[in-house]
Design a protein around this ligand. Structure first.
Ligand SMILES: Nc1ncnc2c1ncn2[C@@H]1O[C@H](COP(=O)(O)OP(=O)(O)OP(=O)(O)O)[C@@H](O)[C@H]1O
Length: 242
């Protein structure tokens, strides 16, 4: 698939709506796109790069990968950074790969690894003059987080499409917040992206994995459940809460 690819209209509309509803992009923005090498963030990189051509504003994008080095503990495995780099180069997307602050043998949990990665991304954005960080989360991720917070943290909340940090000096954006996982995978597949293998030792084993299974069985029984849950996230009847 070449760079003339255009998004299916319904996908294009959902991204445009999320960008508009949350005023995600401004003229002069410098956006760091956080890419893990998974299909979601690779697809996001292409979406934002190609969005520059049609947006009435001018903004810069660059991909940032944090290499946790998990792959190094597997004999004969090539550096996933090479595959990520080649795939981004096909679309002339510039990128940087930095080694993670912490090594696997120093990590204790998925939570700790994600927290350290976030801090490192914030630090790199500050050092390199980026005012926004784009993350590859989509609707399914937002719903999973909502259930995780209810089931394990006793609160009703999720990841928001736009989050201002450090007094607004850094802003996290999630341009794919309105897209279903299947839509992201379809676009990523059309573009020929090949996700790199995830060697994370915590991947899918924890609470998120079990919530994902729970939701899959829910959607199986009621195909409209996902749409309804997502609508509920923006329709809180606070007078009927305790
Ligand atoms: N190693 C990393 N380097 C840079 N950004 C990352 C990295 N890992 C995760 N991210 C960012 O955080 C988001 C959420 O991470 P998460 O671990 O849930 O995604 P993933 O399933 O590994 O990958 P993807 O979302 O790309 O399919 C990613 O979409 C990406 O934007």
């Amino acid at each position: 698939m070449d760079s003339n690819y255009s998004l299916p209209p319904h996908v294009n509309r959902k991204i445009g709506r999320a960008m508009h509803d949350y005023s995600m992009l401004d003229d002069g923005d410098r956006v760091m796109i956080a890419v893990s090498g998974g299909i979601d963030s690779l697809t996001l990189a292409w979406i934002l790069k190609s969005w520059r051509k049609k947006a009435p504003i001018s903004f810069e994008v660059m991909v940032q990968v944090i290499d946790h080095g998990f792959w190094r503990d597997h004999a004969g495995v090539a550096d996933p950074g090479e595959s990520i780099g080649k795939q981004l180069e096909r679309f002339a997307i510039t990128y940087a790969i930095d080694s993670a602050w912490e090594r696997m043998d120093q990590l204790k949990s998925c939570f700790q690894c994600a927290r350290d990665r976030r801090s490192q991304l914030f630090d790199l954005a500050r050092q390199r003059g980026f005012n926004k960080i784009a993350l590859g989360h989509h609707m399914d991720d937002l719903i999973e987080t909502f259930f995780l917070n209810i089931l394990y943290s006793g609160n009703i909340s999720t990841m928001v499409p736009v989050q201002k940090l450090f007094g607004g000096n850094l802003v996290l954006i999630r341009p794919m917040a309105y897209l279903d996982k299947n839509e992201v995978m379809m676009v990523g597949g059309d573009l020929g992206f090949l996700p790199v293998e995830n060697f994370c030792p915590f991947s899918d084993k924890g609470r998120r994995g079990s919530v994902r299974k729970l939701l899959a069985s829910l959607y199986d029984k009621n195909p409209l459940a996902k749409k309804s849950i997502f609508a509920a996230l923006a329709n809180i009847r606070s007078e009927y809460m305790l």
